[in-house]
Design a protein around this ligand. Structure first.
Ligand SMILES: NC(=O)C1=CN([C@@H]2O[C@H](COP(=O)(O)OP(=O)(O)OC[C@H]3O[C@@H](n4cnc5c(N)ncnc54)[C@H](OP(=O)(O)O)[C@@H]3O)[C@@H](O)[C@H]2O)C=CC1
Ligand SMILES: O=C(O)CCC(=O)C(=O)O
Ligand SMILES: [Mg+2]
Length: 423
């Protein structure tokens, strides 16, 4: 690759050269609009921070419609090989058909590269319109398990010989009598494993310790799905206690103290742990959690959950801080070092090619990438520029429609404003 060098990993540590080659996927729908703005902003920040000493050497890799049009393949092997080789990549959103057609390319990338943690920080920027009264109290980081759950794609369609075989097996060999309409049911399978849970929860607790966060909440529906979501909760507490020892205090421990010495003793133990700066590892059932993040957001810090819960929680929390236009993310394998950075939102097809939508989600995903590379100076320049630009009420349509006195600008103009406001 012209003038660029490879990022490498040694003993779990990234070695980042001054001119790293970073593959990008432009994405479908609004992808080309937001990527054009984002790449200009990220390049400008790196240039300003390092005065030419460091520079990203972007290399395009294909996926989605562009790949299909050019190669006949939605996700060419070459794309996966290049991301494997260059370690770090960034992508725009990719379309997934509903109710049939090919399976999600976004999910396929995460599974193929075993990017087990989908990390989505949710914070509010001063001036961003929000439907809640105190949006500044929402400051959470979601760790969503990225390789298991119903996203494994083990599904059998109603009326097929395959689903008949599965239902026959369940009824005849497993004694299942509760499939309400067996003749017309589709069946989906939800695998949740000990290894998958523990590596995700381990990463979440490690993050909480490194970043000085106060608590980690395991979100599950374990009362109903006992051996999948309930097991996630139990394994989560196990990894916390077995691997993080006195750095954490868990609600499993709290319950043991209640049983032995009563509730006052357990409350005392928890407040002593808090005073000592230990991470409180607690859990919440998913339905009430969705209410509590709205009513008591300050009580939650790092959130560790399974794939589907994490998908829902990501968009719900994004709404609290201004919406999906400003919701970044990273898909990371903390063991191999591989990572793909991407916005939380999708391809928003009705806005494709209009130069209209908010590029902040992919720009902030780029900020996460710069931080991951250790290029904090450039990351901070982008964050400061976003704060300054929003404070001056120069925003895209999504914020303008909710703000008094805003100047609505196009995607590309918002990118220009960020570059102008970098200091
Ligand atoms: N990681 C990925 O690549 C993802 C891909 N997808 C895929 O994207 C496609 C479309 O999904 P859909 O459910 O419509 O969800 P989208 O996230 O694409 O869009 C839903 C709505 O969110 C708002 N929105 C999204 N992006 C922006 C932005 N950058 N700036 C401002 N507003 C934004 C718009 O709201 P409004 O109409 O109110 O203006 C838009 O209509 C599907 O094929 C889906 O599978 C979905 C999620 C993630
Ligand atoms: O892959 C898709 O189409 C949707 C994925 C998604 O919604 C997400 O990762 O948040
Ligand atoms: Mg989603």
């Amino acid at each position: 690759m012209a003038n660029g060098e490879k990022i490498t990993v040694q003993n779990g540590q990234l070695n980042v050269p001054n001119h790293p080659i970073i593959p990008f996927i432009e994405g479908d729908g609004i992808g080309p609009d937001i990527w054009a703005a984002a790449s200009r902003v990220l390049d400008a920040a790196v240039e300003k921070a390092y005065k030419g000493e460091k520079k990203i050497v972007w290399t395009e890799v294909l996926a989605g419609e562009k790949a299909h049009n050019q190669t006949g393949n939605w996700l060419p092997d070459e794309t996966l090989e290049k991301i494997r080789e260059y370690i770090i990549a960034i992508k725009g959103p990719l379309t997934t058909p509903i109710g049939g057609g090919f399976r999600s390319l976004n999910v396929a990338l995460r599974q193929e590269l075993d990017l087990f943690a989908c990390v989505r920080p949710v914070r509010w920027f001063q001036g961003v319109p929000s439907p809640i009264k105190r949006p500044e109290l929402t400051d959470m980081v979601i760790f969503r398990e990225n390789t298991e759950d119903i996203y494994a794609g083990i599904e059998y369609q109603e009326g097929t010989p395959e689903v008949k075989k599965v239902i026959d097996f369940l009824q005849n060999e497993m004694g299942v009598s509760k499939i309400r309409f067996p003749e017309t049911s589709g069946i989906g399978i939800k695998p949740i494993s000990e290894e998958g849970t523990k590596r995700l929860v381990r990463a979440a607790i490690q993050y909480a310790i490194t970043e000085g966060r106060k608590n980690v909440t395991l979100v599950h529906k374990g009362n109903i799905m006992k051996f999948t979501e309930g097991a996630f909760k139990n394994w989560g507490y196990e990894v916390a206690e077995e691997e993080f020892g006195d750095k954490v205090f868990t609600w499993a421990e709290y319950d043991r103290i209640v049983e032995k010495d009563g509730k006052d003793a357990a409350n005392n133990a928890q407040s002593e742990a808090e005073k000592a700066g230990k991470i409180i590892v607690k859990d919440a059932i998913a339905d009430i959690f969705l209410q509590q993040i709205l009513t008591r957001p300050a009580e939650f810090d790092v959130v560790a959950t399974m794939n589907l819960n994490g998908d829902y929680i990501s968009d719900a929390l994004a709404a609290q801080v201004g919406g999906i236009g400003i919701a970044p993310g990273a898909n990371i394998n903390y063991e191999s070092g591989h990572a793909i950075f991407e916005a939380t939102h999708g391809t928003a097809p009705k806005y494709a090619g209009l130069d209209k939508v908010n590029p902040s989600s992919v720009i902030l995903s780029g900020v996460l990438m710069l931080e991951h590379l250790g290029w904090r100076e450039a990351a901070n320049l982008v964050i400061n520029a976003i704060e300054k630009t929003i404070a001056s009420k120069v925003v895209t349509y999504d914020f303008a429609r909710l703000m008094e006195g805003a100047t609505e600008v196009k995607t590309s103009e918002f990118g220009d404003a960020l570059i102008k406001n970098m200091e």
